[in-house]
Design a protein around this ligand. Structure first.
Ligand code: ES4
Ligand code: ZN
Length: 332
Protein backbone atom coordinates (compact mmCIF):
# COMPACT_ATOMS: atom_id res chain seq x y z
CA UNK A 1 0.00 0.00 0.00
CA UNK A 2 1.06 3.60 -0.51
CA UNK A 3 2.19 5.75 2.43
CA UNK A 4 -0.97 7.85 1.95
CA UNK A 5 -3.22 4.81 2.22
CA UNK A 6 -1.24 3.52 5.21
CA UNK A 7 -1.71 6.86 6.99
CA UNK A 8 -5.43 6.99 6.18
CA UNK A 9 -6.04 3.53 7.63
CA UNK A 10 -3.78 3.83 10.68
CA UNK A 11 -5.91 3.82 13.88
CA UNK A 12 -5.37 7.22 15.50
CA UNK A 13 -5.83 9.09 18.75
CA UNK A 14 -5.58 12.86 18.86
CA UNK A 15 -4.32 14.58 22.02
CA UNK A 16 -3.83 18.18 20.91
CA UNK A 17 -6.58 20.02 19.09
CA UNK A 18 -8.30 23.27 20.07
CA UNK A 19 -12.01 22.90 19.34
CA UNK A 20 -12.37 26.63 18.64
CA UNK A 21 -9.48 26.18 16.20
CA UNK A 22 -11.44 23.63 14.17
CA UNK A 23 -13.96 26.30 13.11
CA UNK A 24 -13.95 26.09 9.31
CA UNK A 25 -14.75 29.08 7.09
CA UNK A 26 -17.99 27.54 5.77
CA UNK A 27 -19.31 26.98 9.29
CA UNK A 28 -18.34 30.58 10.10
CA UNK A 29 -20.63 31.73 7.30
CA UNK A 30 -23.53 29.59 8.55
CA UNK A 31 -23.09 30.83 12.12
CA UNK A 32 -22.86 34.46 11.00
CA UNK A 33 -26.12 34.14 9.04
CA UNK A 34 -27.89 32.34 11.86
CA UNK A 35 -26.82 34.87 14.51
CA UNK A 36 -26.95 38.03 12.38
CA UNK A 37 -23.29 38.59 13.01
CA UNK A 38 -21.53 40.79 10.44
CA UNK A 39 -18.60 39.18 8.59
CA UNK A 40 -15.94 41.13 6.71
CA UNK A 41 -15.72 38.42 4.03
CA UNK A 42 -18.69 36.87 2.26
CA UNK A 43 -17.17 33.66 0.88
CA UNK A 44 -15.25 30.86 2.55
CA UNK A 45 -12.38 31.46 0.15
CA UNK A 46 -12.26 35.12 1.13
CA UNK A 47 -12.22 34.23 4.81
CA UNK A 48 -9.36 31.79 4.32
CA UNK A 49 -7.40 34.37 2.35
CA UNK A 50 -7.51 36.53 5.49
CA UNK A 51 -5.73 33.88 7.56
CA UNK A 52 -2.36 35.59 7.44
CA UNK A 53 -0.25 35.30 10.57
CA UNK A 54 3.42 34.90 11.39
CA UNK A 55 3.59 34.34 15.13
CA UNK A 56 1.39 33.30 18.04
CA UNK A 57 -0.11 36.76 18.83
CA UNK A 58 -1.09 37.37 15.21
CA UNK A 59 -2.59 33.88 15.04
CA UNK A 60 -4.46 34.32 18.32
CA UNK A 61 -6.02 37.58 17.07
CA UNK A 62 -7.69 35.62 14.23
CA UNK A 63 -8.66 32.78 16.53
CA UNK A 64 -10.23 35.15 19.09
CA UNK A 65 -12.18 36.93 16.32
CA UNK A 66 -13.59 33.61 15.10
CA UNK A 67 -14.67 32.63 18.61
CA UNK A 68 -17.14 35.57 18.62
CA UNK A 69 -19.32 33.70 16.14
CA UNK A 70 -20.13 31.01 18.70
CA UNK A 71 -23.24 32.20 20.52
CA UNK A 72 -25.72 29.41 21.26
CA UNK A 73 -25.66 25.84 22.49
CA UNK A 74 -26.49 24.81 18.90
CA UNK A 75 -23.38 26.67 17.66
CA UNK A 76 -21.13 24.77 20.07
CA UNK A 77 -22.86 21.54 19.07
CA UNK A 78 -22.28 22.21 15.37
CA UNK A 79 -18.61 23.06 15.92
CA UNK A 80 -17.94 19.90 17.91
CA UNK A 81 -19.99 17.57 15.70
CA UNK A 82 -18.25 18.85 12.53
CA UNK A 83 -14.80 18.16 13.99
CA UNK A 84 -15.73 14.69 15.23
CA UNK A 85 -17.43 13.74 11.94
CA UNK A 86 -14.36 14.90 10.04
CA UNK A 87 -11.75 13.00 12.05
CA UNK A 88 -13.90 9.89 12.46
CA UNK A 89 -13.50 9.55 8.66
CA UNK A 90 -9.73 9.58 9.21
CA UNK A 91 -9.95 6.61 11.56
CA UNK A 92 -9.45 8.70 14.68
CA UNK A 93 -10.91 6.37 17.31
CA UNK A 94 -10.37 8.62 20.28
CA UNK A 95 -9.70 12.33 20.81
CA UNK A 96 -9.01 14.62 23.77
CA UNK A 97 -10.20 18.08 22.84
CA UNK A 98 -9.03 21.41 24.28
CA UNK A 99 -11.52 24.20 24.74
CA UNK A 100 -11.18 27.77 26.05
CA UNK A 101 -14.18 28.60 28.27
CA UNK A 102 -12.80 32.00 29.30
CA UNK A 103 -13.14 33.24 25.71
CA UNK A 104 -16.88 32.52 25.98
CA UNK A 105 -17.55 33.42 29.60
CA UNK A 106 -15.98 36.87 29.15
CA UNK A 107 -18.55 37.52 26.40
CA UNK A 108 -21.34 36.78 28.85
CA UNK A 109 -22.06 33.18 27.88
CA UNK A 110 -22.74 30.58 30.52
CA UNK A 111 -20.30 27.68 31.01
CA UNK A 112 -23.25 25.31 30.73
CA UNK A 113 -24.18 26.58 27.25
CA UNK A 114 -20.74 25.64 25.98
CA UNK A 115 -20.51 22.28 27.67
CA UNK A 116 -24.06 21.13 26.87
CA UNK A 117 -23.47 21.82 23.18
CA UNK A 118 -20.18 19.91 23.19
CA UNK A 119 -21.52 16.99 25.21
CA UNK A 120 -24.57 16.50 22.97
CA UNK A 121 -22.32 16.49 19.89
CA UNK A 122 -19.93 14.02 21.53
CA UNK A 123 -22.82 11.67 22.28
CA UNK A 124 -24.26 11.95 18.79
CA UNK A 125 -20.87 11.48 17.10
CA UNK A 126 -20.20 8.40 19.18
CA UNK A 127 -23.59 6.99 18.16
CA UNK A 128 -23.14 7.93 14.49
CA UNK A 129 -19.44 7.12 13.95
CA UNK A 130 -18.23 5.26 17.03
CA UNK A 131 -15.66 7.95 17.82
CA UNK A 132 -14.97 8.44 21.54
CA UNK A 133 -13.92 11.80 22.97
CA UNK A 134 -13.18 13.73 26.14
CA UNK A 135 -12.52 17.41 26.91
CA UNK A 136 -9.60 19.35 28.42
CA UNK A 137 -10.44 22.73 29.91
CA UNK A 138 -7.69 25.21 29.01
CA UNK A 139 -6.83 28.40 30.83
CA UNK A 140 -5.85 31.45 28.80
CA UNK A 141 -2.38 32.30 30.03
CA UNK A 142 -2.41 36.03 29.26
CA UNK A 143 -5.55 36.37 31.39
CA UNK A 144 -5.17 36.70 35.15
CA UNK A 145 -4.64 33.88 37.63
CA UNK A 146 -7.83 35.13 39.30
CA UNK A 147 -9.81 34.71 36.10
CA UNK A 148 -8.52 31.15 35.70
CA UNK A 149 -9.45 30.32 39.28
CA UNK A 150 -12.92 31.86 38.95
CA UNK A 151 -13.48 29.90 35.76
CA UNK A 152 -12.44 26.74 37.56
CA UNK A 153 -14.96 27.54 40.31
CA UNK A 154 -17.68 28.16 37.73
CA UNK A 155 -16.87 24.84 36.08
CA UNK A 156 -16.80 22.98 39.39
CA UNK A 157 -20.11 21.11 39.07
CA UNK A 158 -18.97 19.80 35.66
CA UNK A 159 -15.46 18.97 36.85
CA UNK A 160 -16.86 16.93 39.70
CA UNK A 161 -18.77 14.75 37.23
CA UNK A 162 -16.41 13.83 34.39
CA UNK A 163 -18.64 10.83 33.70
CA UNK A 164 -21.23 13.36 32.48
CA UNK A 165 -19.25 16.42 31.37
CA UNK A 166 -16.36 14.44 29.87
CA UNK A 167 -13.92 17.06 31.21
CA UNK A 168 -11.01 14.89 32.27
CA UNK A 169 -8.19 17.40 32.50
CA UNK A 170 -7.02 20.99 32.48
CA UNK A 171 -4.53 22.66 30.18
CA UNK A 172 -2.81 25.97 29.55
CA UNK A 173 -2.76 27.72 26.18
CA UNK A 174 -2.57 31.07 24.34
CA UNK A 175 0.20 33.62 24.81
CA UNK A 176 3.16 32.13 26.67
CA UNK A 177 5.41 35.23 26.64
CA UNK A 178 5.72 36.40 30.25
CA UNK A 179 3.05 33.98 31.45
CA UNK A 180 4.79 31.04 33.14
CA UNK A 181 2.93 27.95 34.37
CA UNK A 182 3.72 29.06 37.95
CA UNK A 183 1.25 31.94 37.49
CA UNK A 184 -1.52 29.32 37.67
CA UNK A 185 -0.01 27.07 40.36
CA UNK A 186 -2.97 27.44 42.70
CA UNK A 187 -5.62 26.49 40.17
CA UNK A 188 -3.61 23.57 38.80
CA UNK A 189 -3.12 22.31 42.36
CA UNK A 190 -6.91 22.46 42.90
CA UNK A 191 -7.42 20.50 39.68
CA UNK A 192 -4.84 17.89 40.59
CA UNK A 193 -6.34 17.44 44.05
CA UNK A 194 -9.68 16.66 42.35
CA UNK A 195 -8.07 13.94 40.28
CA UNK A 196 -8.07 15.88 37.02
CA UNK A 197 -5.19 15.36 34.61
CA UNK A 198 -2.78 18.19 33.75
CA UNK A 199 -1.08 19.30 30.56
CA UNK A 200 0.45 22.59 29.43
CA UNK A 201 1.63 24.30 26.27
CA UNK A 202 5.35 25.06 26.55
CA UNK A 203 7.62 26.51 23.88
CA UNK A 204 6.98 30.09 22.98
CA UNK A 205 8.56 32.29 25.62
CA UNK A 206 11.86 32.96 23.91
CA UNK A 207 13.49 34.05 27.16
CA UNK A 208 12.13 31.58 29.67
CA UNK A 209 10.86 28.55 27.85
CA UNK A 210 13.22 26.13 29.65
CA UNK A 211 12.14 27.45 33.03
CA UNK A 212 8.49 27.08 31.92
CA UNK A 213 9.09 23.43 31.05
CA UNK A 214 10.83 22.85 34.37
CA UNK A 215 7.94 24.45 36.27
CA UNK A 216 5.35 22.47 34.34
CA UNK A 217 7.04 19.13 35.02
CA UNK A 218 8.63 19.64 38.41
CA UNK A 219 6.50 22.19 40.27
CA UNK A 220 3.04 21.68 38.80
CA UNK A 221 3.21 18.00 37.87
CA UNK A 222 2.12 18.29 34.25
CA UNK A 223 1.73 14.78 32.81
CA UNK A 224 2.17 15.84 29.21
CA UNK A 225 3.76 18.76 27.39
CA UNK A 226 2.04 20.37 24.43
CA UNK A 227 4.79 21.09 21.88
CA UNK A 228 7.72 21.24 24.36
CA UNK A 229 10.39 20.81 21.70
CA UNK A 230 12.77 23.11 23.54
CA UNK A 231 13.63 20.26 25.91
CA UNK A 232 16.12 19.31 23.21
CA UNK A 233 18.27 22.32 24.16
CA UNK A 234 18.73 21.19 27.79
CA UNK A 235 20.04 17.69 28.60
CA UNK A 236 18.68 17.95 32.15
CA UNK A 237 15.16 18.57 30.80
CA UNK A 238 15.46 15.61 28.44
CA UNK A 239 16.44 13.44 31.41
CA UNK A 240 13.59 14.83 33.50
CA UNK A 241 11.03 14.19 30.76
CA UNK A 242 12.33 10.67 30.19
CA UNK A 243 12.31 9.84 33.90
CA UNK A 244 8.77 11.16 34.34
CA UNK A 245 7.53 9.36 31.23
CA UNK A 246 6.25 12.61 29.73
CA UNK A 247 4.48 12.45 26.37
CA UNK A 248 4.93 15.37 23.97
CA UNK A 249 2.07 16.44 21.70
CA UNK A 250 3.73 17.79 18.58
CA UNK A 251 1.86 19.68 15.86
CA UNK A 252 3.60 19.96 12.47
CA UNK A 253 1.09 22.41 11.05
CA UNK A 254 1.64 25.42 13.36
CA UNK A 255 5.32 24.52 13.53
CA UNK A 256 5.57 25.55 9.90
CA UNK A 257 4.16 29.02 10.47
CA UNK A 258 4.21 30.21 14.06
CA UNK A 259 6.99 27.96 15.30
CA UNK A 260 9.38 28.33 12.38
CA UNK A 261 12.45 26.18 12.04
CA UNK A 262 10.70 23.33 13.77
CA UNK A 263 9.52 19.92 12.67
CA UNK A 264 12.05 18.10 10.60
CA UNK A 265 15.12 17.92 12.76
CA UNK A 266 13.11 18.23 15.94
CA UNK A 267 10.95 15.16 15.37
CA UNK A 268 14.08 13.17 14.53
CA UNK A 269 15.92 14.51 17.58
CA UNK A 270 12.99 13.78 19.91
CA UNK A 271 12.93 10.17 18.72
CA UNK A 272 16.71 9.88 18.99
CA UNK A 273 16.54 11.20 22.57
CA UNK A 274 14.15 8.39 23.45
CA UNK A 275 11.24 10.75 24.14
CA UNK A 276 7.59 9.79 23.64
CA UNK A 277 6.01 11.92 20.95
CA UNK A 278 2.59 12.11 19.33
CA UNK A 279 1.55 13.97 16.18
CA UNK A 280 -1.53 16.20 16.27
CA UNK A 281 -3.36 18.95 14.37
CA UNK A 282 -3.72 21.96 16.80
CA UNK A 283 -5.98 24.38 14.85
CA UNK A 284 -6.97 22.76 11.55
CA UNK A 285 -9.72 25.29 10.73
CA UNK A 286 -7.10 28.03 10.50
CA UNK A 287 -4.29 25.91 9.07
CA UNK A 288 -5.32 24.67 5.61
CA UNK A 289 -7.62 22.00 7.08
CA UNK A 290 -4.66 19.92 8.15
CA UNK A 291 -6.39 17.34 10.38
CA UNK A 292 -4.86 14.12 11.71
CA UNK A 293 -4.04 12.23 8.53
CA UNK A 294 -2.56 15.35 6.96
CA UNK A 295 -0.57 16.14 10.11
CA UNK A 296 0.92 12.65 10.11
CA UNK A 297 1.72 13.00 6.41
CA UNK A 298 3.52 16.29 7.09
CA UNK A 299 5.53 14.76 9.91
CA UNK A 300 6.30 11.69 7.82
CA UNK A 301 7.58 13.76 4.91
CA UNK A 302 9.53 16.17 7.10
CA UNK A 303 11.30 13.57 9.22
CA UNK A 304 11.23 10.54 6.89
CA UNK A 305 9.25 8.50 9.38
CA UNK A 306 9.01 4.78 8.67
CA UNK A 307 5.75 2.81 9.00
CA UNK A 308 7.15 1.25 12.19
CA UNK A 309 7.84 4.69 13.66
CA UNK A 310 4.36 5.90 12.67
CA UNK A 311 2.76 2.89 14.34
CA UNK A 312 4.79 3.58 17.49
CA UNK A 313 3.80 7.27 17.43
CA UNK A 314 0.16 6.28 17.09
CA UNK A 315 0.48 3.79 19.98
CA UNK A 316 2.10 6.53 22.07
CA UNK A 317 -1.11 8.55 21.78
CA UNK A 318 -3.34 5.68 22.92
CA UNK A 319 -0.92 4.95 25.75
CA UNK A 320 -0.82 8.58 26.92
CA UNK A 321 -4.60 9.02 26.60
CA UNK A 322 -6.44 9.71 29.85
CA UNK A 323 -8.73 6.72 29.65
CA UNK A 324 -9.21 3.53 31.64
CA UNK A 325 -6.97 0.58 30.86
CA UNK A 326 -10.12 -1.29 29.86
CA UNK A 327 -10.88 1.32 27.18
CA UNK A 328 -7.21 1.45 26.16
CA UNK A 329 -7.32 -2.28 25.61
CA UNK A 330 -10.07 -1.86 23.04
CA UNK A 331 -7.74 0.28 20.89
CA UNK A 332 -4.36 -1.40 21.29
C1 ES4 B 1 -2.94 27.76 20.01
CL1 ES4 B 1 -1.12 27.13 18.12
C2 ES4 B 1 -1.58 27.61 19.71
N1 ES4 B 1 -0.65 27.89 20.63
C3 ES4 B 1 -1.04 28.31 21.85
N2 ES4 B 1 -2.32 28.46 22.20
C4 ES4 B 1 -3.26 28.18 21.29
N3 ES4 B 1 -4.61 28.24 21.36
C5 ES4 B 1 -5.09 27.88 20.17
N4 ES4 B 1 -4.08 27.58 19.33
ZN1 ZN C 1 -2.12 24.04 20.87
Amino acid sequence: VSMQEFLEKLPKAELHVHLEGTLEADLKIRLAERNNHPLKSSTAEDIRRGYVYHDLPSFLALYYEGVELLQTEQDFYDLCYAYLAKVAQQNVLYTEIFFDPQLHIRRGLDFGTVIRGFNAAQEDAERDFGIRSNLILCFIREMSAKSADETFTQAFPYLERPDRSRIIGVGLDSDEMGNPPAKFAKTFARAKAMGLHLTMHCDLDQENTHEHIRQALQDLGSERLDHGLNVLEKPELITMAREKGVTFTICPSPNDVIRPGRSRQDIRDMLAAGLKITINSDDPGYMQSVYMTESLAKAQAAADLTPEELIQISRNAFEAAWISDAERGTYL
